[in-house]
Design a protein around this ligand. Sequence first.
Ligand code: PDD
Length: 283
Amino acid sequence: MSRYAYVNGRYVPHGRAQVHIEDRGYQFADGIYEVVAVRHGRLVDEGPHLDRLDRSLAEMRMAAPMARAPLRHAMREVIRRNRVADGIVYMQVTRGAAPREHAFPKAAKPALVITAKRLLPKFAQMEKGVSVITLPDIRWKRRDIKTVNLTANVLAKQQAVEAGAFDAWLVDEGGMVSEGTASNAWIVTKDKELVTHTPDYRILNGITRLSVRALAETEGYRFVERPFSLAEAQAAAEAFITGTTAWVTPVIAIDKKQVGDGKPGPLTRALQRLYATYADNPA
Ligand code: PDD
């Protein structure tokens, strides 16, 4: 099947989609992105993802490449042209192409690329759970902005893969777990409290995190936002991650030490079911 991408106003065959060599995303990682899940042909949490895109643009002092209505249309057109029923839409906005100069260019226009691909939810992985290693969080201090500068995330993920783990949980200088390389980290304490990091500059405020939080609160589960330490995570009753592609995935071992009894826990399972139902019927 031929794939198509949206590149600065045109729909082009994926294999021939190109941006300029002096695009600032390429030279400075001067850009932001969003990944939105598509489930049964519908976008999951489209509004919150577009709100976060706007927030990232504002924090980067970048202009929006287009208004929201045409952007929503372009996303749907890319989904349609690629015949994606289950998968993801990727959107990237950079400050545009201009001769290399650190300060903002005067004339550049924001560049927008949208791609879509088929990807089934990872049901087997969600069923079994995953293991993580931990690594020092060496990222910059504005992780709340979804920038394309993912160098530290890429290095950490590769190290996890080489260690035979699914991912790395990143640990700050104070010994607190911030998040995964592309997901948010959660634990369930022995007295059944759900804990995930405060949404500040130290983590990306995940859209899945927010939906899972809302579902948990509707069910009356106790939920608290605060940093938790690696020691606390290893001693927790349950652990899991949330993210656009991970949904709710149990974490059954941290640095080879099993979490709880080494199997996905009951609260994780309950949230997993709630989120799957939610993703199947997006608002
Ligand atoms: N990553 N934390 C980081 C560092 C992330 O990159 C992501 C998402 C999340 C989870 O956010 P959300 O629930 O909105 O997907 C947390 C995307 C999926 C990626 O880079 O592919």
